[in-house]
Design a binder for this molecule. Structure first.
Ligand code: ZN
Length: 199
């Protein structure tokens, strides 16, 4: 996963009541486990979880998303979701990181679309595309599906190759865009949705 990071270190500005209270180093410690058991047991584990640090994702060949069976999480800052296996592989695994950032409540600022993806999908001349950009984003040629295609030629790959997305400093900033509530110096990022997804 490290090759999906665009920087060596990340910083986050945390503010309270509109006043900046500190600039923090951001470190991720992520441990991935397969949840074994019957569907009944898995459902119980997910629905009874009270640890904000735990996220649960079902992975199948298709999800129950109506239009295309695409991967999704249960809302901004949620801790549960449903991933489509082939989509994860075809995206160079960036879909996992993209969805994970949604679970941290990543928000693109006041100009964002309701689904929290970036509003401005023209990154020509702006360099490395961040992790929240979607497939139809216009990018510099080296980040295109087909670097030889005209920019904007969607039929021939003149748009973002999502495998080339990376976690940028702006992505990390956007996690903390909305105020984080500190209690005794600690804060929860995201929330417990605890939704079990049936196969
Ligand atoms: Zn998304």
């Amino acid at each position: 996963m490290n090759d999906m990071l665009n920087e060596n270190t990340y910083k986050a500005a945390v503010s309270r009541n509109g006043k900046r209270i500190g600039l923090y180093d951001v470190k991720f410690e992520i441990d991935v486990q397969y949840l074994a058991g019957t569907e009944q047991e898995i459902k119980k584990t997910i629905e009874s979880n009270v640890d904000i640090k735990n996220n649960y994702f079902r992975v199948e060949s298709f999800t129950d998303e109506e239009e295309s069976g695409t991967s999704y999480v249960d809302g901004l800052g949620s801790n549960t979701g449903f991933f489509r296996y082939n989509q994860i592989v075809e995206s160079g695994y960036t879909t996992i990181v993209h969805e994970y950032l949604h679970t941290l409540g990543i928000w693109q600022g006041k100009n964002a679309h309701e689904d929290s993806h970036p509003y401005n999908l023209n990154l020509i001349g702006k360099g490395q595309p961040g992790m929240m950009y979607i497939e139809r984003t216009l990018v510099d040629r080296q980040h295109q599906v087909n670097p030889k295609a005209e920019q904007g030629d969607y039929v021939n790959g003149g748009h973002l190759d999502i495998r080339k997305r990376k976690v940028t400093a702006a992505d990390i900033y956007n996690i903390f865009y909305k105020q984080i509530k500190l209690i005794n110096g600690l804060a929860d990022v995201g929330k417990l949705t605890s939704k079990y997804h049936a196969p």
